[in-house]
Design a protein around this ligand. Structure first.
Ligand code: GLN
Length: 544
């Protein structure tokens, strides 16, 4: 049976609980254990799919088509274990299921209550599909003391008794703030947070103490004494210069040893950390630098493009170069052409990422044009590919009115909404004016690449599977004029109906993809498109 590690957070949010969970899982994996990480989100949205990236950062999409919290991206990048729908649940989804059951009459007249019905549903979720694992790490979103997280805290308290005390461990992540006026780190918020947790019936086994300064031994001992944990289980956690240094740092502070000790596991193999040492070596001892301009809409909040940023870093790891990312607001490119040139000339590569809505689209289209005309490496992702097709239609195929139906009715729908498409399970249909939640083409779909294409040489094969999240598609009926204009459809859905990749053979590096390759990139296994794009940017940096 799998053992459970429950991760809670105290004092404030944004303590890096997700990174801690991902790092701990990576360390256990490095000792040969089979791991999976799950996230419980206390909010009432059924999933984060309809939430603004400004509210909640990127929506991470799994192979099986779930729209999930961005922490699942960290989990996958750190462990290589592909996340699934069953790894992320919200209060909203749990209530939706319970209310549907109640309406069907499945509760046979019983009063439906938080305990036991909601807590049972949470426990069922935590335990589902865990037979082949050694450790399941469950991260509880939010901060202990929040009203919304109470049913989750109660469920994990019960779960420890259900699985046996030796099979569950509680890790609590807290803050030890530095108070400048006193010149000291303060342990009181941690003490209060642990007291709050114990009042809910949970005594943490391991405390991860986020701090800006090294935690003096005396303070560590004090936390151990007041919070009722062994001193070795008080783990200081200082900021790291790169997130990929976090697993090594936690290992040096004894996190994985403390967790194994809390389970009473002795003699586990030492972790094999060469993979992480190599990543750090490549990040620190880089041999060049490139600057990539990302022309997007949500540039004020880097979390909105979390996976994209990481995939660019991975491209740098693959080529041993440091990647500087400049977040450029597409709307600022909607003025005079000269402004665009001044902003984009210093870039060694231009990337137009995924996005929704019309705002900034003309600026994105102008950036595509700049990259095409100047021969600067261009990478268009999802909406970015759609913009590349509209740019090509307007400026190389003579279709001046080219647009997408996403922005309103158009005479020339080079990008349009599809209402039917094939999945592995058969024909999928939707209504043009239907629900927004969970109704996109979501998750892994296959594509066939043209044998002689640039993308086929980058992937090294012609059958690929990548993750999608979009409602609109490039209209295959415009293939001929676009190809005449030099924009070749080099990747298609297996039925030949949906354009998946476009490229310009007469350009050093110009590729648009309808899917999100950034979601599958890993520091130890950089995505080939990002590795190749950064390689092209290195060549460009030698020219400018
Ligand atoms: N808004 C576009 C669509 O729905 C692109 C989506 C995206 O970039 N993820 O098709």
């Amino acid at each position: 049976m799998a053992r459970f590690i429950f991760i809670t957070g105290g004092v404030v949010s944004s303590l890096g609980k997700g990174l801690m969970a991902a790092s701990l899982a990576a360390l256990l994996q490095a000792r040969g254990f089979r791991v999976r990480i799950r996230k419980f989100d206390p909010y009432l949205n059924v999933d984060p799919g309809t939430m603004s990236p400004y509210q909640h950062g990127e929506v991470y999409v799994t192979d099986d088509g779930a729209e999930t919290d961005l922490d699942l991206g960290h989990y996958e990048r750190f462990t290589g274990v592909a996340s699934r729908q069953s790894d992320n649940v919200t209060s909203g989804r749990i209530y939706q299921q319970i209310i549907a059951k109640e309406r069907r009459g499945d509760y046979l007249g019983a009063t439906v209550q938080v305990i036991p019905h909601v807590t049972d549903a949470i426990k069922e979720f935590a335990r589902a599909e865990t037979d082949d694992l050694d450790f399941v790490l469950c991260e509880i979103g939010g901060t202990v003391g929040d009203i919304e997280s109470l049913p989750f805290i109660e469920a994990i308290r019960q779960l420890r008794n259900d699985v046996g005390r030796a099979n569950a461990v509680f890790v609590h992540v807290t803050l030890v703030p530095f108070i400048a006026a006193a010149g000291e780190l303060k342990t009181k918020p941690t003490q209060h947070s642990v007291r709050e947790l114990t009042s809910l019936g949970i005594q943490p086994d391991v405390l991860v103490c986020r701090a800006e300064r090294p935690l003096p031994e005396g303070e560590r001992a004090k936390i151990a004494l007041f919070c009722n944990v062994p001193k070795e289980a008080v783990i200081p956690a200082l900021d790291a210069s790169t997130i990929y240094g976090v697993p090594l740092q936690y290992h040096a502070e004894g996190l994985d040893d403390a967790v194994l000790a809390a389970f009473g596991i002795d003699g586990a193999p030492r972790p094999e950390l060469r993979r992480w040492d190599d990543i750090i070596d490549r990040l620190e001892n880089f041999e060049g630098e490139v600057t990539i301009g990302v022309v997007g809409k949500y540039v004020g909040l880097p979390d909105a493009y979390k996976s994209l940023h990481e995939a660019l870093v991975h491209g740098g790891i693959a080529n041993r170069v440091k990647v500087h990312v400049r977040w450029l607001d597409a709307e600022l490119f909607e003025g005079a052409e000269s402004d665009i040139a001044a902003q984009l000339e210093p870039m060694h590569g231009i990337l137009v990422p995924g996005g929704f809505g019309e705002r900034g689209s003309e600026g994105k289209i102008s950036s595509v044009r700049f990259a095409r005309e100047r021969g600067v490496p261009f990478f268009g992702i999802c909406l970015g590919m759609q913009m590349a097709c509209i740019e090509g239609a307007r400026n190389t195929a003579g279709i001046a009115q080219a647009s997408t139906t996403e922005f309103g009715p158009t005479e020339e729908p080079v990008v349009g909404m599809i209402t039917e498409w094939m999945t592995a399970a058969g024909l999928e249909k939707r209504e043009a004016g239907g629900d927004l939640g969970g109704t996109m083409r979501l998750g892994a779909y296959e594509a066939k690449l043209a044998g002689n294409s640039h993308v086929a040489s980058i992937y090294g094969r012609t059958d690929i599977s990548e993750r999608h999240r979009h409602r609109y598609e490039v209209n295959v009926h415009y293939r001929e004029p676009l190809e005449k204009g030099g924009l070749v459809f080099s990747g298609m859905s297996p039925d030949g109906e949906l354009p998946e990749i476009v490229e310009r053979p007469d350009h050093p590096w110009f590729i648009g993809v309808q899917f999100h390759p950034e979601l599958k990139s890993k520091p130890f296994d950089p995505h080939p498109l990002f590795a190749s794009f950064i390689q092209a940017a290195i060549k460009q940096s030698r020219l400018v």
